[in-house]
Design a protein around this ligand. Sequence first.
Ligand SMILES: NC(=O)c1ccc[n+]([C@@H]2O[C@H](COP(=O)([O-])OP(=O)(O)OC[C@H]3O[C@@H](n4cnc5c(N)ncnc54)[C@H](O)[C@@H]3O)[C@@H](O)[C@H]2O)c1
Length: 372
Amino acid sequence: MAQPSDKALVPFVSVDHMMGLVHHLGIEEALRGLADYIEADFRRWEKFDKSPRVASHSDVGVIELMPTSDGEAYGFKYVNGHPKNTSEGLQTVTAFGLLADVYTGYPVLLSEMTLLTALRTAATSAVAAKYLAPDGARCMAMIGNGAQAEFQSLAMKAICGIDTVRLYDIDASATRKVARNLAGAGLRVVECKSAEESIEGAQIITTCTADKQYATILTDNMVGSGVHINAIGGDCPGKTELAPEILYRSDIFVEFPEQTRIEGEIQQMAPDHPVTELWQLISGAVPGRRGSDAITLFDSVGFAIEDFSALRFLRDAIAGSGFFTPLDLLADPDDPRDLFGMLRRAAPRSVRPGQPPAALGPTARGSTPSVG
Ligand SMILES: NC(=O)c1ccc[n+]([C@@H]2O[C@H](COP(=O)([O-])OP(=O)(O)OC[C@H]3O[C@@H](n4cnc5c(N)ncnc54)[C@H](O)[C@@H]3O)[C@@H](O)[C@H]2O)c1
């Protein structure tokens, strides 16, 4: 069988590879590593192309493309959000993504990003909380116990040092699942019967529910002073989690205002409602928490640069490892202009119903004497 040349091959990280890599590194180490890459990229924010993601909405969900570039590498993620999916045995969020070399335009990494998105979302939340949560925050309420919940909890432990999570979900089986998955992870896990109960004594409140509508997971009277809110689930037009009164009382931090004003909690506010960009906080340009009584809110929607950071982290983490497959992704004729010749030489193949196609002949990929 004709072997593709090195130029044709792109490292591909499958779901299986990703799971292997995370186990190899240890999940908390992976989250800390991702957080370092995210922080590094937020510190060089000006270098990046930035635009709100391209969203295609339907009645049941959204499909989004999230591109960015730092001038040397280009990345994008394909991601969906379909809250009804879990009732059909499918994930609410799935994703894959690609990193490319700007100089040649050639892809240098293709990866699953369903797991990577959960990891990067959690790492970003924890980076924001590291700068914004009250000193000595040790307890987090985790409202919404779906696919993201364990990742959020472990990132807050690994990066911010929380030791307790108080879980609540309208579906008690989701809460039991998280409690089971976090057993032995070094966190005290408390299963709660209401959102109110879950926020008792919590300095960090994470909302991570999925509902394609304006929901009110937190009402104004539930949120006391001196807490940090990590609002993850409101990330689409018409899909929010917080009562607007909370936003009036909060210092609001966002990833990219042009996107968050469309998708985040602040879509409920006037278009000029004051917000601070997270990168300014991380780069030291603006202060974070104003005092122990302040309410800080990270109005997270997920931004392309976080995925770019995650892909960069992954590219470096798999180098020299077995956690990828070289994928025959790019056509690479020996003569770059003889793309058709390469196709033509590959033509004679027998295909039997239900059988894989026969292997290509030895000269199929190269430019050695073209046939006919
Ligand atoms: N900000 C980001 O970067 C980012 C990244 C990934 C996912 N998300 C969003 O986070 C949300 C959660 O994602 P997921 O993959 O964990 O979804 P999921 O469907 O796996 O879990 C959502 C959970 O929320 C629970 N829930 C729904 N309404 C609730 C309510 N009123 N009170 C308490 N619990 C409630 C559901 O029972 C479910 O267990 C989604 O809305 C998703 O779009 C945001």
